[in-house]
Design a binder for this molecule. Structure first.
Ligand SMILES: Nc1ncnc2c1ncn2[C@@H]1O[C@H](COP(=O)(O)OP(=O)(O)OP(=O)(O)O)[C@@H](O)[C@H]1O
Ligand SMILES: [Mg+2]
Length: 259
């Protein structure tokens, strides 16, 4: 078998609650349904992606924290768990991850911890999809140093859009200083509500914006209560209720990324 090397898609937006985690777990699930081997990496100490994939860690189970910590990190393979679904693995998060910023502060190469840890598993997967916290901490910098592509969810709600400037600036710094090959895969309009003028207006201005016209995904993620409900049950919506608009939108996004 030819060796493969995973495409690494980081889902990033410093703004909270824009649909990062839901996008990570449903894109991961969608890709796995297409027969791709997928690893979801949860780099957020809130561990919502871990919960959203129905995983609860035992007291002594290793997490991504143990994989990137210093000294004596554990190999990524020993912390990766299988989810309930075929082709879909998870490197879970843990609240301890919130201490990493302080713990690694004097460590040289601290922004490359995730990359170093996951390089040995790159050929096991077709896709690695990474969730990030809503901040520009050392955790997000580790993700940006490791990723090949960035997906930016943007709420079609007031103010969401203006926060993108800062993010684009951050990405250009990362590109210059540590990861020259990183590129924006796309901007994803989320929380779209057809009935509201503001949602339509923001979608329209995203479509017209010169900075990422060609980067805006054709797929738009609509508001759908089933999405939030499925998270509560620890299942991606594409598995929880395949007939929902939430599932349809995320499967369309998967298709768009694969085509
Ligand atoms: N399309 C949608 N329709 C309805 N609810 C949604 C949708 N997408 C996400 N949600 C809900 O909105 C909330 C925020 O979504 P999510 O957790 O994915 O955002 P986030 O960007 O990861 O947030 P944080 O920055 O806190 O990590 C969650 O309760 C989620 O279930
Ligand atoms: Mg999240």
């Amino acid at each position: 078998m030819a060796t493969r090397k995973a495409r690494i898609i980081a889902v990033v937006n410093e703004k909270g609650g824009v649909g990062k985690t839901v996008t990570v777990i449903n894109l991961g699930a969608g890709l796995s349904l297409e027969g791709k081997d997928v690893l979801v990496v949860d780099m957020d100490p809130q561990f919502n992606a871990t919960r959203g994939l129905g995983v609860s860690l035992g007291q002594d189970s290793p997490s991504v924290y143990d994989v990137i910590k210093l000294p004596e990190p554990v190999p990524a393979r020993s912390a990766i768990v299988k989810t309930a679904w075929e082709h879909l693995d998870l490197l879970p998060s843990h609240v301890d991850l919130s201490g990493v910023e302080v713990e690694l502060v004097n460590e040289p190469g601290r922004e490359n911890r995730l990359k170093e840890a996951l390089t040995p598993v790159l050929d096991l997967y077709d896709f690695i999809v990474v969730d990030t916290p809503p901040s520009l901490s050392i955790l997000t910098v580790n993700v940006l140093a490791f990723a090949s592509e960035i997906l930016v969810p943007c709420q079609t709600q007031p103010y969401a859009y203006s926060a993108l400037d800062e993010l684009l600036e951050t990405i250009s710094i990362i590109k210059e200083e540590m990861n020259p090959d990183i590129r924006i895969l796309g901007v994803l309009a989320t929380f779209f509500d057809q009935r509201t003028r503001v949602s339509n207006k923001i979608l329209e201005s995203l479509r017209r914006d010169g900075r990422f016209q060609d980067k805006l995904f054709k797929t738009v993620i609509r508001i759908n209560t089933t999405v939030a409900e499925s998270a509560y049950y620890g299942k991606p919506v594409v598995f929880f209720r395949p007939s929902s608009t939430g599932a349809a939108d995320y499967l369309a996004l998967t298709e768009e990324i694969l085509s």
